[in-house]
Design a protein around this ligand. Structure first.
Ligand SMILES: [Zn+2]
Length: 286
């Protein structure tokens, strides 16, 4: 970008001059971060439009759309990594000409914040939203095939196909008792693979809350033994509740599409929560 071209001082500078030059570098660094942030959010908007169009253009073949998304995701991650490499390779060496290492820690932290808390967290969230939207669009298209007429091979009577079984199944005819096999087309059988995305998207508010309390806990200093554990316990309880709420919403939404999973919701939540209890035992010893 030519943002940080190297300049070597020729004559010794006064502290005031040093400080002014340092402030100019800070300003440049802030400008760079703001630019990356804007570019990142613009890319998200463009990506969503492009990928939803892609789905329609490929006649609802979901694979090229997902492949395209993985390419875009890699570019977005690279944008995050560019923040750190720019600081390490260009900004930091110049700032160190004016200040000590510990004086520029907060400048490095600005970059880490943008990369981890803004870019990476938003990629994760955007993935849920995007896959949810693409999957919903796919689902609405695929489900229309279930409304197509399906007739008895024996007497041609119109048969009712269940709207919640997306694999081959038997349908017996009420008129002549012939057992027919309904074989869904490719699109219908792929519905099973998109309902997870739709369910996760429908639980996005619960996901936001889960991420928020996770961050709140990780912002606490790491706990050391003999220390009062109360604040940690409060934060962990919040995280536990928010995680359970998210998974409950997610599995409930999923079972709306796939009723066979209704009975396993509690079990599925416990499986997902296992890592939390293991982490709590390991890091907080209770
Ligand atoms: Zn029949």
């Amino acid at each position: 970008m030519g943002f940080f071209s190297k300049k070597t001082p020729k004559t010794p500078k006064t502290p005031k001059e040093e400080n002014l030059e340092f402030l100019a570098l800070v300003e440049k660094w802030d400008g760079f971060l703001a630019k990356i942030k804007t570019r990142f959010f613009e890319s998200l908007v463009n990506a969503e439009e492009a990928l939803l169009d892609n789905l329609e253009e490929s006649d609802y073949d979901i694979n090229p759309t997902m492949t395209a998304w993985h390419g875009i995701k890699a570019q977005l991650m690279a944008l995050g990594n560019k923040v750190d490499s720019t600081f390490d390779e260009k900004v930091k060496p110049q700032m160190l000409q004016h200040k000590e290492h510990y004086d520029i820690l907060d400048q490095a932290a600005k970059g880490t914040f943008l990369r981890e808390k803004i870019i990476f967290n938003n990629i994760e969230r955007f993935e849920i939203v995007l896959e949810g939207k693409v999957s919903t669009k796919f689902y609405n298209h695929a489900v229309s095939f279930l409304n197509e007429e399906f007739n008895c091979t024996q007497c041609s009577a119109k048969l009712q196909v269940r709207k919640d079984i997306f694999r081959p199944h038997y349908v017996s005819c009420d008129y002549c008792n012939t057992v027919n096999t309904f074989t869904p087309n490719d699109k219908i059988s792929q519905i099973r693979w998109v309902v997870d995305n739709i369910a996760k998207y429908k639980a996005i508010n619960e996901w936001d809350e889960k991420l928020k309390v996770e961050n709140e806990r990780s912002e606490l200093r790491s706990w050391s033994e003999n220390e009062d554990i109360t604040p940690y316990k409060i934060a962990l309880k919040k995280q536990e509740d928010a995680s359970r709420t998210f998974w409950f919403k997610y599995f409930t939404e999923r079972s709306e599409y796939l009723p066979e999973y209704q009975e396993t919701i509690e079990h599925d939540i416990d499986v997902k929560m296992k890592w939390f209890y293991e982490m709590r035992k390991r890091e907080y010893n209770y």
